[in-house]
Design a protein around this ligand. Structure first.
Ligand SMILES: O=C(O)[C@H]1O[C@H](OP(=O)(O)OP(=O)(O)OC[C@H]2O[C@@H](n3ccc(=O)[nH]c3=O)[C@H](O)[C@@H]2O)[C@H](O)[C@@H](O)[C@@H]1O
Length: 435
């Protein structure tokens, strides 16, 4: 056996000799070390030390954790022209907004609303495969028809972000790109760290270095209230008992944002969304896949709390959320820093954007049954330990008084609009795929 056979092939996968107890093995090997072995080990140790200290490779244009991402497509004068045109406000005094996660559910609606009232909007989205990219592409079609160009790239791509800030002087960033979903965090924790923490930091780094610095509004989540029992949840309540990694990364985002506000004078506003639903929604959310499964005659699983009560959510309709986002952008004061240096205190705000009327999931199912005119096949089971919390309920007093937020759509009205969209969208896609 050569001395190289003793070296681990992969870090952490050192194969020990099972025949010998650990202490004996080490003692035995120590005694056997010859001079060449010593030199080789020394050389190897130095080499590993060099590897550790050497700078990382040039910034990757792809996310490290999501192999499904397509390489970013950008650059060239035609591309820059599209970027500038899309970001250019049509109305005098209009905002110039970079919307990350623009082909996402909330991103699409917010981008279109901004564009409609005359603001300049540039979208950014990585079109990842967390859920059906065809839905994201369809949203992109909608955005293009509204005059919003979506750059295909990742928020972790610092080179791309810098380039966008070189081409356009953004007054605002509406940061909606994130790894969403509570339960999926158990399957792919890295994706949450990659998007909600690393990606967010990357965006803040580029924003703080920009000149002028934009005001940043970003999506936090009701999930930060975690295991809190006091209802309704208000912004001053504790948020240090997250029930999922998703919630923990969103909570970390709030802390990270605060440091960029404190050190660099970035104007930052976090919006805690409460279970947003509606047309063009996310297929990973219960109201969406319940609809799909009820129509197919498939059994749905309805969670109940340990006391056999229904779990409940403060379901919030997308149009109300859009108004909240626009209100936050419109009231955001300018960042105070420039060139990465703080010049004075800047605004830091956190708001609940909920509906203030929690509805049990059993009621959600009843409404869907009525709208779909079909009886759901249900399996009721205790809430598994999957990151879900038993209930959410927003106190929205602060958002009401400071950004004029006033939700107006109840769950039945909102679901009616969702079902109408769902039927239209999926019957049209079916026809298309059978051509
Ligand atoms: O408010 C928020 O911050 C969060 O809202 C939703 O999370 P969630 O409220 O858990 O929404 P769903 O995943 O659609 O679940 C809704 C309800 O249905 C229940 N559910 C879910 C799945 C299922 O199979 N059965 C079931 O009863 C859940 O326990 C929950 O009470 C979003 O998915 C998160 O991205 C977002 O951040």
């Amino acid at each position: 056996m050569s001395h190289l056979d003793d070296l681990p092939s992969t870090p952490g996968k050192y194969k020990t000799d099972k025949a010998l107890p650990y202490g004996i093995l080490h003692h035995h090997r120590y005694l056997r070390l010859s001079k060449p072995t010593l030199w080789a080990s020394l050389f190897l140790a130095l080499f590993l030390f060099y590897l550790l200290l050497s700078p990382p490779p040039t910034p990757s244009r792809r996310s490290l954790n999501d192999s499904s991402l397509s390489a970013a497509k950008y650059g060239g004068s035609q591309w820059e022209k599209q970027v500038r045109k899309s970001a250019h406000p049509r109305s005098r005094g209009g905002l110039t907004v970079l919307v990350t996660g623009a082909a996402g559910f909330v991103g699409t609606h917010v981008s279109i609303a901004l564009r409609r009232r005359g603001d300049g909007v540039l979208g950014l989205d990585n079109f990842n495969r967390y859920y059906d990219p065809k839905l994201k592409r369809a949203r992109q079609g909608l955005l293009e028809r509204s005059g919003v160009f979506v750059v295909e790239g990742d928020i972790n791509d610092a080179v791309l972000l810098k380039k966008l800030f070189d081409v356009v002087l953004f007054t605002h960033v509406m940061h909606l790109a994130a790894q969403a979903g509570v339960r999926y965090a158990m399957q792919n924790p890295g994706s949450y760290v990659n998007s909600n923490i690393a990606g967010f930091v990357n965006l803040l780094e580029v924003s703080k270095a920009a000149n002028p610095q934009p005001a940043v509004v970003w999506a936090s989540s009701s999930s930060v209230y975690g295991l809190n029992k006091k209802v309704p949840f208000s912004e001053i309540d504790r948020t240090d008992h997250p029930a999922s990694l998703y919630a923990a990364t969103k909570k970390a985002g709030e802390g990270i944002a605060h440091t960029y506000n404190h050190i660099y004078g970035l104007s930052l506003t976090g919006l805690r969304f409460f279970t947003v639903y509606g047309p063009w929604g996310r297929p990973d959310m219960a109201y969406f896949f319940f609809t799909k499964d009820i129509l197919k005659g498939k059994t749905i699983t309805v969670f109940e709390s340990p006391d056999k009560g229904s779990v409940a959510r403060d379901f919030t309709y997308i149009d109300d959320i859009v108004k909240g986002c626009l209100g936050a952008l419109d009231t955001a004061e300018k960042s105070t820093g420039s060139g990465g240096k703080k010049k004075g205190p800047a605004m830091f705000r956190i708001y609940n954007l909920g509906n203030t009327s929690p509805v049990p999931v059993t009621k959600l199912v009843k409404i869907l049954e009525k709208l779909l005119k079909m009886k759901a096949k249900k399996k009721v089971m205790p809430l598994p330990r999957n990151g879900d919390v038993e209930f959410t309920h927003a106190n929205i007093t602060l958002a009401q008084s400071e950004i004029g937020y006033k939700p107006a759509v109840d769950l039945e009205t909102g679901l009616k609009k969702f079902v109408k969209w769902y039927m239209g969208f999926y019957s049209a896609s079916k026809k298309k795929s059978s051509w």
